[in-house]
Design a protein around this ligand. Structure first.
Ligand SMILES: Nc1ncnc2c1ncn2[C@@H]1O[C@H](COP(=O)(O)OP(=O)(O)OP(=O)(O)O)[C@@H](O)[C@H]1O
Ligand SMILES: [Mg+2]
Length: 390
């Protein structure tokens, strides 16, 4: 069951994709300043429309991407980090000091113009001392920032040589979005599942076979499936192979990236039930990515709603369904099917129009409007949402 102890913390995470040069330079802000905690034992749903940055968030957490900025902590240790804000802080420190020195110099020149010859030398030393002091403060600040930058670069390096980090990363696994493309067609199921074990240093063939068979059973496949190839399986079975591959090295935290959206509706429930059972049996923590709310509704303890690289709302599942505040959340909710034919006939989808926000003069921030319920809003909207709360 879920605790209040975070297993994963994401802080101001930004992952930008840059392409082209000069005039054709294009920056896609796939993840743009996202923060959240995932508690040990919970299922955390991450929901949003196609292209909003869900997969990029997952892939940055598991170190397939180096972030542009921000930090990811796993089991109390920083495992990934970006340096943009540090670079900017260094630049700011330089310009700041430069401007202050310029001011002091013009002040000095004014005073020199009016001063007696006898006072001039003294004035010059006083100002030189002040300038020196500013430069010292700047240099100390920059030294500290540079130390942090080196640390972040090390933590953000794709393949950390740090053994503790490498051991820690084995406790995190990802089930990929596309069960067909993510399984090597030339490898047998056994080879696919065993790969992770071998990478993590397991050499004994007997142990490997035993573990593969165990995990196949865990996900509801048979030992004799081990020697077959991915194309010999149905979509649902392939996704089970993906789950088995993630589970075989006994992770504590799993990122399940739309693990069921490529599957038939009839099989979707099976995979969800499988993940639910595994969560209870193995005490797993799961980040479950989906593009609509109906999938995560019965499975997640808490849900985060993402829109264009940003979190717009985050709340416990019941609370989010009872008290959806952000217009984008409401729009997603209006698409969730209800088992009532009369309602379904009348149902109207709410469309979300992002230009409704007036963020130019009053930009939004994520506020905790009620314990555990976070909403992206500016001052005016926050007041409005408070009135709308049930
Ligand atoms: N490797 C990449 N290089 C350049 N741009 C990328 C890359 N990966 C993703 N993007 C862009 O980043 C944005 C977010 O993509 P992402 O795959 O994270 O979305 P998603 O929420 O997972 O969508 P879906 O529901 O379709 O899987 C998109 O605009 C996408 O085109
Ligand atoms: Mg995706």
């Amino acid at each position: 069951m879920a605790t209040q102890e975070p297993i994963l913390s994401v802080r101001n995470l930004k992952t930008y994709f840059k392409s082209g040069f000069g005039k054709n330079k294009l920056v896609v802000k796939a993840v743009d300043g996202v923060s959240f905690d995932i508690y040990k034992g919970e299922v955390f749903g991450l929901v949003g429309e196609s292209g909003c940055g869900k997969t990029t968030t997952g892939r940055t957490i598991i170190k397939l991407y180096t972030p542009t900025d921000g930090e990811v902590y796993f089991k109390g240790r920083r495992i990934n980090a970006g340096i943009d804000s540090i670079k900017n802080a260094i630049k700011d420190a330089k310009t700041d000091t430069k401007n202050k020195i310029n001011e002091l110099n013009s002040e000095l020149n004014e005073k020199l113009a009016e001063a007696d010859e006898s006072e001039k030398e003294k004035l010059k030393t006083t100002y030189a001392d002040q300038i020196k002091e500013l430069e010292d403060i700047r240099d100390k600040k920059i030294d500290k920032l540079k130390i942090e930058m080196v640390k972040r670069k090390k933590d953000g390096a794709p393949e950390s040589k740090d053994k503790t980090n490498a051991a820690l990363m084995k406790k995190m696994q990802m089930i990929f979005q596309d069960p067909i493309a993510s399984l090597n067609p030339r490898m047998t199921v056994k080879e696919i599942i065993a790969e992770g074990l071998r990478i993590s240093g397991e050499k004994k063939e007997k142990t490997i076979i035993k573990k593969v068979e165990e995990v196949l059973e865990t996900v509801g496949l048979l030992p004799e499936h081990a020697n077959r190839y991915p194309h010999e399986f149905s979509g649902g079975q392939r996704q089970r192979i993906g789950v088995a591959r993630a589970l075989v090295i006994s992770p504590e935290f799993i990122i399940a990236d739309e693990p069921i959206s490529a599957l038939d509706v009839s099989i979707q429930a099976q995979v969800i039930n499988l993940l639910n059972d595994l969560r209870d049996e193995l005490g797993l923590t799961i980040l479950f990515i989906a593009h609509d709310l109906s999938v995560v509704q019965y499975f997640s303890d808490r849900i985060a709603v993402m829109y264009f690289g940003k979190l717009v709302e985050l709340a416990p599942t019941d609370e989010l369904f009872k008290n959806p505040l952000h217009p984008y959340t409401r729009s997603l909710l209006s698409a969730v099917p209800v088992p009532d034919p009369n309602f379904e006939k009348k149902r109207q989808r709410i469309k979300y129009n992002p230009s409704m926000h007036e963020y130019r003069t009053d930009p939004p921030e994520l506020h905790e409007i009620k314990k555990g319920h976070y909403i992206l809003a500016n001052t005016k909207e926050l007041e409005q949402y408070k009135k709308e709360m049930k």
